[in-house]
Design a protein around this ligand. Structure first.
Ligand code: SF4
Length: 302
C-alpha cells in the first residue's frame, strides 16, 4: 500500500506530492461538503493509522521525484496522526522542496500539536464557522470541539509560527453564508498571510448548494483582500486545447514550458492539464527528473 500519492495538480500548491498518514476518512469533523463522504471514524483521539517506517521509506524513495510541495493531507485530518511531527521533521531533513500541512485547524488548540505543524514551511488551515450553530451545521464536529477554542488556537499558532498561513473558508449556501461577516472577522483576527474563499464546485458526497460566482464575488466585499479559489468554468477553450494537444503530440513539455509556449498563467496551465489528463488526451512521464506531459496517441478533435 502506498502512503504517498501524486503528484496531483493543485490550484493552490501547483504540483503537490501528498502524504497520507490516515486510514480512510479518519476525522474529528464530518463536513457536509466533504468529498470523501461521511466520516467513518469520528474521533478526536490521536493514533497510529499507518506504519510510520513505511511512510519514511516512501518519502526517501520519492524525494527526487518532480513536485513543488510535499503535502500532508489525504484521507482525513493529518493532525490526528501521532506520527505527524516525526514524519514532518523527517520530510524537512530529506526533501529539498517545501513541506505543507493541510489541516482543519481543530487540534491547533494543543501547544504540542502546534509545534509539530510549525515544522512545515506552509500551513493551510480551514475555518468555516464563527458560531457554535454554524460550526455544527457545516462541520458536524466531534462533541468535544468548540469553535471559540479553535479560533483561539489559530491565533496562538500565528503568534508562534513565522511561515506562511493560507486560511481556507468554505462557503455553502444556506448553511454558513448568513454569518459571512462573523467568519470574516474571525478569520482576520487569526492574521493569516492569505484568506482563500471556496465553495462546493466539485461534487461532494451530500447534496449541498454552492454559492454562485456572483455571490462569491460579493463575498470579497465582506472578506477584503481575500482570494477566490473555485473555478466555475471547468473547460479548456477549443483553440487552446488544440494548441496544447498539437504541441504535446510533437514533444513532451513540463508545466512551465506549457505556460510559456501557450502564454498561460500557472493556474490555467494546471487546470487545463488536469482536464486533458482526466479526459485521457494527455499522459505524464518523468524525463530528466522533470514531470512532463505528452499527447496520447489517439485523440479526438471535438
Ligand atoms: S475536515 Fe476535511 S476530511 Fe474532515 S470531514 Fe471536513 S473536509 Fe472531510
Amino acid at each position: 500500500m502506498g502512503y504517498l500519492f501524486g503528484p496531483v495538480l493543485s490550484r493552490r500548491l501547483g504540483l503537490s506530492m501528498g502524504v497520507d498518514l490516515l486510514r480512510h476518512k479518519t476525522c474529528n469533523l464530518d463536513c457536509i461538503y466533504c468529498e470523501l463522504g461521511r466520516t467513518d471514524c469520528l474521533t478526536c483521539g490521536r493514533g497510529r493509522f499507518v506504519p510510520p517506517q513505511k511512510v519514511l521509506g516512501e518519502i526517501r524513495e520519492k524525494r527526487n521525484e518532480p513536485f513543488d510541495y510535499l503535502t500532508f493531507a489525504g484521507s482525513g485530518e493529518p493532525t490526528l496522526s501521532q506520527d505527524l511531527g516525526r514524519v514532518v521533521a523527517f520530510a524537512k531533513e530529506t526533501v529539498s522542496r517545501p513541506v505543507a500541512v493541510i489541516t482543519n485547524s481543530t487540534l491547533l488548540t494543543s501547544p504540542a500539536i502546534r509545534k509539530e505543524v510549525a515544522a512545515a514551511d506552509i500551513v493551510l488551515p480551514s475555518l468555516d464557522a464563527a458560531s457554535p450553530a454554524a460550526f455544527q451545521a457545516i462541520n458536524r464536529p466531534d462533541p468535544g470541539l468548540k469553535i471559540e477554542e479553535i479560533i483561539q488556537g489559530l491565533k496562538e499558532f500565528r503568534r508562534e509560527y513565522s511561515g506562511e498561513i493560507w486560511l481556507e473558508v468554505m462557503l455553502v449556501a444556506g448553511i454558513n453564508d448568513h454569518e459571512a461577516d462573523l467568519i470574516a472577522r474571525a478569520a482576520e483576527s487569526t492574521e493569516p498571510d492569505r484568506i482563500q474563499l471556496n465553495t462546493v464546485v466539485r461534487t461532494p458526497a451530500e447534496p449541498v448548494r454552492p454559492l454562485s460566482e456572483e455571490e462569491m464575488v460579493r463575498m470579497l466585499e465582506i472578506f477584503p483582500g481575500a482570494e477566490l479559489i473555485p473555478d466555475w468554468d471547468w473547460r479548456v477553450p477549443f483553440d487552446i486545447r488544440n494548441r496544447i494537444l498539437d504541441s504535446l503530440c510533437r514533444s513532451p513539455s513540463t508545466l512551465e514550458e506549457i505556460c510559456r509556449l501557450h502564454d498561460l498563467t500557472d493556474s490555467d496551465a494546471i487546470k487545463y492539464c488536469k482536464i486533458l489528463e482526466h479526459d485521457g488526451l494527455i499522459t505524464r512521464r518523468i524525463e530528466g527528473g522533470k514531470l512532463c506531459f505528452l499527447g496520447s496517441k489517439s485523440r479526438g478533435r471535438g
